[in-house]
Design a protein around this ligand. Structure first.
Ligand code: PLP
Length: 450
Protein backbone atom coordinates (compact mmCIF):
# COMPACT_ATOMS: atom_id res chain seq x y z
CA UNK A 1 0.00 0.00 0.00
CA UNK A 2 1.54 3.32 -1.01
CA UNK A 3 1.87 5.71 1.92
CA UNK A 4 1.38 2.92 4.44
CA UNK A 5 3.91 3.01 7.32
CA UNK A 6 5.46 -0.14 5.80
CA UNK A 7 5.91 1.51 2.38
CA UNK A 8 7.31 4.71 3.85
CA UNK A 9 9.69 2.74 6.04
CA UNK A 10 10.86 0.77 3.01
CA UNK A 11 11.32 4.04 1.11
CA UNK A 12 13.29 5.97 3.72
CA UNK A 13 14.68 3.78 6.48
CA UNK A 14 17.81 1.64 6.19
CA UNK A 15 17.68 -1.03 8.87
CA UNK A 16 20.26 -2.73 11.03
CA UNK A 17 20.80 -6.48 10.62
CA UNK A 18 18.42 -6.69 7.66
CA UNK A 19 18.71 -7.70 4.03
CA UNK A 20 18.24 -4.24 2.50
CA UNK A 21 16.75 -5.52 -0.77
CA UNK A 22 14.29 -7.82 0.99
CA UNK A 23 13.22 -4.92 3.21
CA UNK A 24 12.58 -2.69 0.19
CA UNK A 25 10.27 -5.39 -1.16
CA UNK A 26 8.56 -6.70 1.98
CA UNK A 27 8.68 -3.77 4.41
CA UNK A 28 9.12 -4.12 8.17
CA UNK A 29 6.92 -5.23 11.04
CA UNK A 30 5.72 -1.96 12.54
CA UNK A 31 5.21 -2.01 16.31
CA UNK A 32 2.97 0.45 18.06
CA UNK A 33 2.77 -0.35 21.74
CA UNK A 34 3.98 -2.62 24.50
CA UNK A 35 2.54 -3.98 27.71
CA UNK A 36 4.16 -6.42 30.12
CA UNK A 37 5.87 -9.13 28.09
CA UNK A 38 3.94 -8.24 24.91
CA UNK A 39 4.17 -5.83 21.99
CA UNK A 40 1.41 -4.98 19.52
CA UNK A 41 1.81 -4.14 15.83
CA UNK A 42 -0.02 -1.55 13.75
CA UNK A 43 -2.64 -4.13 12.73
CA UNK A 44 -3.51 -4.78 16.36
CA UNK A 45 -1.78 -8.16 16.47
CA UNK A 46 -0.10 -8.86 19.79
CA UNK A 47 3.06 -10.94 20.27
CA UNK A 48 4.89 -12.30 23.30
CA UNK A 49 8.29 -10.62 23.05
CA UNK A 50 10.25 -13.82 23.59
CA UNK A 51 13.53 -11.91 23.22
CA UNK A 52 12.70 -8.93 25.48
CA UNK A 53 13.48 -6.77 22.42
CA UNK A 54 17.20 -7.41 22.04
CA UNK A 55 17.72 -9.38 25.28
CA UNK A 56 17.11 -6.14 27.05
CA UNK A 57 13.70 -5.12 28.36
CA UNK A 58 14.00 -6.87 31.73
CA UNK A 59 11.09 -5.15 33.46
CA UNK A 60 8.65 -5.36 30.56
CA UNK A 61 7.24 -2.88 28.08
CA UNK A 62 5.16 -0.46 30.17
CA UNK A 63 6.93 0.07 33.46
CA UNK A 64 5.41 3.31 34.70
CA UNK A 65 8.06 3.88 37.36
CA UNK A 66 10.69 4.21 34.62
CA UNK A 67 8.49 6.58 32.64
CA UNK A 68 7.86 8.74 35.72
CA UNK A 69 11.49 8.89 36.77
CA UNK A 70 12.50 9.81 33.19
CA UNK A 71 9.90 12.60 33.05
CA UNK A 72 10.96 13.94 36.44
CA UNK A 73 14.64 13.96 35.48
CA UNK A 74 13.85 15.54 32.10
CA UNK A 75 12.10 18.36 33.94
CA UNK A 76 14.87 18.83 36.49
CA UNK A 77 18.12 18.48 34.55
CA UNK A 78 17.54 16.99 31.08
CA UNK A 79 21.18 16.87 30.12
CA UNK A 80 24.61 17.13 31.50
CA UNK A 81 27.96 15.49 30.78
CA UNK A 82 30.92 14.34 32.84
CA UNK A 83 33.75 16.02 30.91
CA UNK A 84 36.16 18.30 32.74
CA UNK A 85 35.15 17.20 36.24
CA UNK A 86 31.36 17.82 35.96
CA UNK A 87 28.85 15.47 37.54
CA UNK A 88 25.25 15.22 38.76
CA UNK A 89 23.17 13.29 41.28
CA UNK A 90 21.82 10.41 39.17
CA UNK A 91 25.21 9.40 37.84
CA UNK A 92 26.87 9.66 41.26
CA UNK A 93 24.14 7.49 42.78
CA UNK A 94 24.34 4.97 39.97
CA UNK A 95 28.14 4.67 40.03
CA UNK A 96 28.02 4.07 43.79
CA UNK A 97 25.20 1.57 43.37
CA UNK A 98 27.04 -0.41 40.67
CA UNK A 99 30.28 -0.57 42.65
CA UNK A 100 28.22 -1.78 45.62
CA UNK A 101 26.58 -4.48 43.50
CA UNK A 102 29.81 -5.72 41.91
CA UNK A 103 30.38 -9.42 42.59
CA UNK A 104 34.14 -8.86 42.89
CA UNK A 105 35.94 -5.75 44.16
CA UNK A 106 35.69 -2.97 41.58
CA UNK A 107 36.85 0.60 41.96
CA UNK A 108 35.43 2.80 39.19
CA UNK A 109 32.60 2.98 36.65
CA UNK A 110 33.01 4.53 33.19
CA UNK A 111 29.80 5.48 31.35
CA UNK A 112 29.07 5.03 27.64
CA UNK A 113 25.99 4.86 25.37
CA UNK A 114 25.93 1.32 23.96
CA UNK A 115 27.49 -2.07 24.47
CA UNK A 116 29.65 -1.56 21.40
CA UNK A 117 30.92 1.75 22.61
CA UNK A 118 31.66 0.33 26.07
CA UNK A 119 33.77 -2.51 24.65
CA UNK A 120 35.47 -0.14 22.23
CA UNK A 121 36.37 2.15 25.13
CA UNK A 122 37.61 -0.76 27.23
CA UNK A 123 40.09 -1.73 24.51
CA UNK A 124 41.24 1.87 24.18
CA UNK A 125 41.78 2.18 27.94
CA UNK A 126 43.63 -1.12 28.01
CA UNK A 127 46.01 0.17 25.34
CA UNK A 128 46.43 3.38 27.35
CA UNK A 129 47.16 1.29 30.44
CA UNK A 130 49.78 -0.83 28.65
CA UNK A 131 51.54 2.35 27.55
CA UNK A 132 51.29 3.68 31.10
CA UNK A 133 52.93 0.50 32.40
CA UNK A 134 55.76 0.84 29.89
CA UNK A 135 54.60 -2.27 28.02
CA UNK A 136 53.61 -0.85 24.63
CA UNK A 137 53.88 -4.30 23.03
CA UNK A 138 51.20 -5.75 25.37
CA UNK A 139 48.11 -4.73 23.36
CA UNK A 140 46.55 -7.79 21.72
CA UNK A 141 43.11 -8.86 22.80
CA UNK A 142 41.81 -12.43 22.62
CA UNK A 143 38.13 -13.00 22.02
CA UNK A 144 36.27 -16.12 20.92
CA UNK A 145 34.70 -17.47 17.77
CA UNK A 146 30.93 -16.80 17.89
CA UNK A 147 31.36 -14.21 20.68
CA UNK A 148 29.37 -10.99 20.27
CA UNK A 149 30.73 -7.71 21.55
CA UNK A 150 29.26 -5.10 19.23
CA UNK A 151 29.71 -3.51 15.84
CA UNK A 152 32.02 -0.48 16.03
CA UNK A 153 35.34 -1.11 14.32
CA UNK A 154 37.02 -2.45 17.45
CA UNK A 155 34.01 -4.15 19.02
CA UNK A 156 33.08 -5.77 15.68
CA UNK A 157 36.64 -7.05 15.58
CA UNK A 158 36.10 -8.55 19.04
CA UNK A 159 32.89 -10.14 17.78
CA UNK A 160 33.65 -13.57 16.35
CA UNK A 161 30.84 -13.96 13.82
CA UNK A 162 31.49 -13.99 10.06
CA UNK A 163 28.74 -11.50 9.14
CA UNK A 164 30.37 -8.86 11.34
CA UNK A 165 33.72 -9.26 9.55
CA UNK A 166 32.85 -10.19 5.97
CA UNK A 167 33.05 -7.21 3.58
CA UNK A 168 34.05 -4.86 6.44
CA UNK A 169 37.80 -5.63 6.27
CA UNK A 170 37.69 -6.88 9.86
CA UNK A 171 38.90 -8.00 12.33
CA UNK A 172 41.62 -5.45 12.98
CA UNK A 173 45.12 -6.87 13.43
CA UNK A 174 45.89 -7.63 17.08
CA UNK A 175 42.41 -8.97 17.84
CA UNK A 176 42.39 -12.76 17.86
CA UNK A 177 39.70 -15.40 18.26
CA UNK A 178 40.02 -18.67 20.13
CA UNK A 179 37.78 -21.74 20.41
CA UNK A 180 34.08 -21.27 21.15
CA UNK A 181 32.95 -23.34 24.16
CA UNK A 182 29.98 -24.81 22.27
CA UNK A 183 30.11 -28.48 23.20
CA UNK A 184 27.20 -29.51 20.99
CA UNK A 185 28.82 -27.99 17.90
CA UNK A 186 32.54 -28.16 18.67
CA UNK A 187 32.89 -31.23 20.90
CA UNK A 188 34.72 -34.10 19.25
CA UNK A 189 33.66 -37.75 18.96
CA UNK A 190 34.05 -39.42 22.38
CA UNK A 191 35.11 -36.19 24.14
CA UNK A 192 33.37 -35.43 27.48
CA UNK A 193 32.30 -31.86 28.32
CA UNK A 194 35.09 -31.75 30.88
CA UNK A 195 37.69 -32.82 28.29
CA UNK A 196 36.25 -30.30 25.86
CA UNK A 197 36.63 -27.50 28.46
CA UNK A 198 40.27 -28.55 28.95
CA UNK A 199 40.81 -28.45 25.19
CA UNK A 200 39.37 -24.91 25.02
CA UNK A 201 41.82 -23.82 27.74
CA UNK A 202 44.71 -25.61 26.01
CA UNK A 203 43.82 -23.88 22.71
CA UNK A 204 43.91 -20.54 24.51
CA UNK A 205 47.24 -21.37 26.10
CA UNK A 206 48.68 -22.41 22.72
CA UNK A 207 47.48 -19.17 21.12
CA UNK A 208 49.08 -17.09 23.88
CA UNK A 209 52.34 -19.03 23.52
CA UNK A 210 52.35 -18.68 19.73
CA UNK A 211 51.68 -14.92 19.87
CA UNK A 212 54.05 -14.32 22.79
CA UNK A 213 52.54 -13.89 26.29
CA UNK A 214 54.04 -10.40 26.59
CA UNK A 215 51.93 -9.22 23.64
CA UNK A 216 48.52 -10.21 25.06
CA UNK A 217 46.74 -7.60 27.18
CA UNK A 218 43.28 -9.05 27.74
CA UNK A 219 40.74 -11.79 27.11
CA UNK A 220 37.07 -10.91 26.59
CA UNK A 221 34.07 -13.22 26.86
CA UNK A 222 30.37 -13.26 27.62
CA UNK A 223 29.65 -15.56 30.59
CA UNK A 224 26.98 -17.11 28.33
CA UNK A 225 27.24 -16.21 24.64
CA UNK A 226 24.03 -14.61 23.46
CA UNK A 227 24.00 -13.68 19.78
CA UNK A 228 26.37 -16.57 19.00
CA UNK A 229 23.40 -18.87 19.72
CA UNK A 230 23.00 -18.91 23.53
CA UNK A 231 26.16 -20.91 24.17
CA UNK A 232 26.32 -22.11 27.78
CA UNK A 233 29.92 -23.21 28.46
CA UNK A 234 30.78 -26.50 30.21
CA UNK A 235 30.75 -26.23 34.02
CA UNK A 236 34.54 -26.06 34.42
CA UNK A 237 35.25 -23.92 31.34
CA UNK A 238 35.65 -20.56 33.07
CA UNK A 239 37.77 -21.96 35.88
CA UNK A 240 40.20 -23.45 33.34
CA UNK A 241 40.28 -20.30 31.21
CA UNK A 242 41.03 -18.17 34.27
CA UNK A 243 43.92 -20.44 35.24
CA UNK A 244 45.52 -19.80 31.85
CA UNK A 245 44.99 -16.01 32.04
CA UNK A 246 46.45 -15.82 35.55
CA UNK A 247 49.60 -17.62 34.35
CA UNK A 248 50.35 -14.85 31.84
CA UNK A 249 49.12 -11.70 33.63
CA UNK A 250 46.27 -11.19 31.15
CA UNK A 251 43.24 -9.07 32.11
CA UNK A 252 39.79 -10.64 31.99
CA UNK A 253 36.85 -8.67 30.61
CA UNK A 254 33.42 -10.17 31.33
CA UNK A 255 30.94 -8.84 28.79
CA UNK A 256 27.78 -8.81 30.93
CA UNK A 257 25.75 -6.86 28.37
CA UNK A 258 23.20 -9.70 28.11
CA UNK A 259 23.91 -11.70 31.28
CA UNK A 260 24.00 -8.77 33.70
CA UNK A 261 21.18 -7.93 36.12
CA UNK A 262 19.54 -11.28 36.52
CA UNK A 263 19.40 -12.99 33.17
CA UNK A 264 21.33 -16.10 34.22
CA UNK A 265 19.38 -16.48 37.48
CA UNK A 266 21.97 -14.58 39.55
CA UNK A 267 22.56 -10.84 39.48
CA UNK A 268 25.60 -11.28 37.20
CA UNK A 269 26.70 -14.04 34.85
CA UNK A 270 30.10 -13.87 36.52
CA UNK A 271 28.45 -15.17 39.72
CA UNK A 272 26.73 -18.01 37.90
CA UNK A 273 30.05 -19.18 36.47
CA UNK A 274 32.57 -18.23 39.16
CA UNK A 275 34.28 -15.63 36.99
CA UNK A 276 36.52 -13.01 38.62
CA UNK A 277 36.84 -10.30 36.01
CA UNK A 278 38.99 -7.19 36.03
CA UNK A 279 36.43 -5.34 33.90
CA UNK A 280 32.68 -5.87 33.44
CA UNK A 281 30.69 -4.45 30.51
CA UNK A 282 27.06 -3.60 31.27
CA UNK A 283 24.13 -2.37 29.16
CA UNK A 284 20.70 -3.64 28.03
CA UNK A 285 19.03 -4.70 31.30
CA UNK A 286 20.92 -1.95 33.12
CA UNK A 287 18.28 0.51 31.87
CA UNK A 288 15.92 -2.18 30.54
CA UNK A 289 16.76 -0.34 27.29
CA UNK A 290 14.26 2.43 28.06
CA UNK A 291 17.24 4.68 27.31
CA UNK A 292 20.45 3.96 25.35
CA UNK A 293 22.87 3.48 28.20
CA UNK A 294 25.95 1.44 29.06
CA UNK A 295 28.88 1.37 31.41
CA UNK A 296 31.81 -0.71 32.51
CA UNK A 297 33.41 -1.23 35.88
CA UNK A 298 37.12 -1.80 36.42
CA UNK A 299 39.19 -2.85 39.39
CA UNK A 300 42.25 -1.09 40.76
CA UNK A 301 44.60 -3.20 38.69
CA UNK A 302 43.08 -1.55 35.61
CA UNK A 303 42.23 1.87 37.02
CA UNK A 304 45.39 2.88 38.89
CA UNK A 305 47.85 2.89 35.96
CA UNK A 306 45.27 4.73 33.82
CA UNK A 307 44.79 7.36 36.53
CA UNK A 308 48.58 7.77 36.82
CA UNK A 309 48.93 8.23 33.07
CA UNK A 310 46.12 10.82 32.93
CA UNK A 311 47.90 12.68 35.72
CA UNK A 312 51.14 12.60 33.73
CA UNK A 313 49.48 13.81 30.51
CA UNK A 314 47.08 16.11 32.33
CA UNK A 315 43.88 14.56 30.97
CA UNK A 316 42.23 11.28 29.98
CA UNK A 317 41.55 12.17 26.36
CA UNK A 318 38.37 10.17 25.95
CA UNK A 319 34.62 10.60 26.49
CA UNK A 320 31.20 10.91 24.82
CA UNK A 321 28.76 13.83 24.77
CA UNK A 322 25.78 11.64 25.67
CA UNK A 323 27.44 9.34 28.19
CA UNK A 324 26.62 9.52 31.92
CA UNK A 325 23.31 11.07 30.82
CA UNK A 326 21.16 12.09 33.80
CA UNK A 327 17.98 10.62 32.31
CA UNK A 328 19.65 7.30 31.47
CA UNK A 329 21.25 7.17 34.91
CA UNK A 330 17.96 7.95 36.69
CA UNK A 331 16.15 5.28 34.66
CA UNK A 332 18.90 2.74 35.35
CA UNK A 333 18.83 3.39 39.09
CA UNK A 334 15.06 2.96 39.23
CA UNK A 335 15.29 -0.12 37.00
CA UNK A 336 17.80 -1.71 39.40
CA UNK A 337 15.50 -0.88 42.31
CA UNK A 338 12.59 -2.59 40.55
CA UNK A 339 14.72 -5.67 39.79
CA UNK A 340 15.68 -5.91 43.49
CA UNK A 341 12.32 -5.00 45.04
CA UNK A 342 10.31 -7.36 42.87
CA UNK A 343 12.77 -10.23 43.14
CA UNK A 344 13.16 -10.41 39.37
CA UNK A 345 16.48 -12.25 39.58
CA UNK A 346 14.82 -15.02 41.58
CA UNK A 347 11.87 -14.93 39.20
CA UNK A 348 14.22 -15.31 36.22
CA UNK A 349 15.74 -18.41 37.88
CA UNK A 350 12.33 -19.94 38.70
CA UNK A 351 10.62 -19.14 35.38
CA UNK A 352 13.78 -20.10 33.50
CA UNK A 353 13.67 -23.57 35.04
CA UNK A 354 10.09 -24.03 33.79
CA UNK A 355 10.98 -22.70 30.36
CA UNK A 356 14.01 -25.00 30.13
CA UNK A 357 11.98 -28.03 31.16
CA UNK A 358 9.40 -27.23 28.46
CA UNK A 359 12.11 -26.82 25.80
CA UNK A 360 13.89 -29.98 27.00
CA UNK A 361 10.61 -31.85 26.52
CA UNK A 362 10.80 -31.02 22.80
CA UNK A 363 14.17 -32.69 22.27
CA UNK A 364 12.45 -35.93 21.25
CA UNK A 365 11.27 -34.20 18.06
CA UNK A 366 13.19 -35.32 14.96
CA UNK A 367 14.08 -31.71 14.05
CA UNK A 368 15.46 -30.73 17.47
CA UNK A 369 19.20 -31.13 17.96
CA UNK A 370 19.55 -29.67 21.44
CA UNK A 371 17.92 -27.50 24.06
CA UNK A 372 20.25 -25.44 26.25
CA UNK A 373 20.13 -22.50 28.61
CA UNK A 374 20.65 -21.16 32.11
CA UNK A 375 18.42 -18.84 34.12
CA UNK A 376 15.94 -17.19 31.78
CA UNK A 377 17.99 -17.43 28.58
CA UNK A 378 17.71 -20.48 26.38
CA UNK A 379 17.93 -21.80 22.85
CA UNK A 380 16.30 -24.59 20.94
CA UNK A 381 18.74 -25.77 18.29
CA UNK A 382 17.07 -27.31 15.24
CA UNK A 383 18.95 -29.75 13.04
CA UNK A 384 18.17 -31.70 9.88
CA UNK A 385 17.44 -35.37 10.64
CA UNK A 386 20.07 -37.97 9.62
CA UNK A 387 20.33 -38.30 5.86
CA UNK A 388 18.44 -35.07 5.08
CA UNK A 389 20.23 -32.04 3.59
CA UNK A 390 18.74 -28.72 4.68
CA UNK A 391 20.73 -25.49 4.19
CA UNK A 392 21.96 -24.00 7.48
CA UNK A 393 19.54 -21.37 8.77
CA UNK A 394 16.50 -22.60 6.87
CA UNK A 395 14.93 -24.50 9.75
CA UNK A 396 15.59 -21.58 12.09
CA UNK A 397 14.00 -19.07 9.70
CA UNK A 398 10.95 -21.24 9.09
CA UNK A 399 10.44 -21.94 12.78
CA UNK A 400 10.78 -18.26 13.60
CA UNK A 401 8.14 -17.55 10.89
CA UNK A 402 5.68 -20.05 12.40
CA UNK A 403 6.20 -18.59 15.86
CA UNK A 404 5.56 -15.07 14.56
CA UNK A 405 2.36 -16.25 12.94
CA UNK A 406 1.35 -17.76 16.27
CA UNK A 407 2.17 -14.62 18.24
CA UNK A 408 5.69 -15.17 19.57
CA UNK A 409 8.78 -13.18 18.66
CA UNK A 410 11.96 -15.25 18.96
CA UNK A 411 15.33 -14.82 17.30
CA UNK A 412 16.79 -17.27 14.83
CA UNK A 413 20.58 -17.44 15.11
CA UNK A 414 21.26 -19.87 12.32
CA UNK A 415 19.12 -22.82 13.37
CA UNK A 416 19.14 -21.89 17.07
CA UNK A 417 16.00 -20.14 18.27
CA UNK A 418 16.68 -17.84 21.20
CA UNK A 419 14.32 -17.33 24.14
CA UNK A 420 15.00 -14.48 26.53
CA UNK A 421 11.64 -13.01 27.63
CA UNK A 422 11.29 -10.10 30.05
CA UNK A 423 12.18 -11.16 33.60
CA UNK A 424 8.70 -10.21 34.85
CA UNK A 425 7.23 -13.22 33.02
CA UNK A 426 4.75 -15.34 35.01
CA UNK A 427 4.33 -19.11 35.04
CA UNK A 428 1.11 -18.85 32.96
CA UNK A 429 2.96 -16.73 30.40
CA UNK A 430 5.88 -19.17 30.23
CA UNK A 431 3.35 -21.93 29.51
CA UNK A 432 1.74 -19.79 26.82
CA UNK A 433 5.19 -19.22 25.26
CA UNK A 434 5.94 -22.94 25.38
CA UNK A 435 2.56 -23.79 23.83
CA UNK A 436 3.36 -21.55 20.89
CA UNK A 437 6.82 -23.13 20.52
CA UNK A 438 5.19 -26.60 20.55
CA UNK A 439 2.46 -25.72 18.04
CA UNK A 440 4.98 -24.04 15.75
CA UNK A 441 7.34 -27.00 15.94
CA UNK A 442 4.46 -29.32 15.02
CA UNK A 443 3.71 -27.17 11.97
CA UNK A 444 7.39 -27.15 10.96
CA UNK A 445 7.69 -30.91 11.43
CA UNK A 446 4.64 -31.43 9.23
CA UNK A 447 6.09 -29.17 6.53
CA UNK A 448 9.53 -30.81 6.55
CA UNK A 449 8.78 -34.44 7.35
CA UNK A 450 5.17 -34.70 6.17
N1 PLP B 1 28.02 -7.23 24.04
C1 PLP B 1 27.07 -8.16 24.04
C2 PLP B 1 27.25 -9.41 24.85
C3 PLP B 1 25.89 -7.98 23.30
O1 PLP B 1 24.96 -8.91 23.27
C4 PLP B 1 25.74 -6.78 22.58
C5 PLP B 1 24.52 -6.53 21.80
O2 PLP B 1 23.72 -7.40 21.54
C6 PLP B 1 26.77 -5.85 22.59
C7 PLP B 1 27.90 -6.10 23.35
C8 PLP B 1 26.68 -4.60 21.81
O3 PLP B 1 25.74 -3.74 22.34
P1 PLP B 1 25.08 -2.58 21.47
O4 PLP B 1 24.18 -3.22 20.46
O5 PLP B 1 24.34 -1.77 22.50
O6 PLP B 1 26.18 -1.80 20.85
Amino acid sequence: RPNSPEARDAAYHMHSYTNARALEKDGPLVLESGEGIRVTDNNGKSYIEGMAGLWSVGVGFNEKRLVDVAAAQMSKLPYYHNFTARSHGPVIDLAEKLIGMAPVPMSKVFFTNSGSEANDTIVKLIWYRSNALGKPEKKKIISRNRGYHGVTIVSASLTGLPNNHRSFDLPLPGILHTTCPHYWKEGQEGETEEQFASRCAADLDAMIQAEGPDTIAAFIGEPVMGAGGVVVPPATYWEKIQEVLAKYDILLIADEVICGFGRTGKMFGTETFGIKPDIMTMSKQLSSSYFPFSAFMMNDRVYQPIADESDKIGVLGHGYTGAAHPVGAAISLENLKIIEERGLVENAAAMGAIMRKGLDDLTGNALVGESRGVGLIAALELAAPEGMEIPVGQLGAKMSGYMMENGLISRAMGDALGFCPPMIITEAEVKELLDIVGTSLDALTKEILG
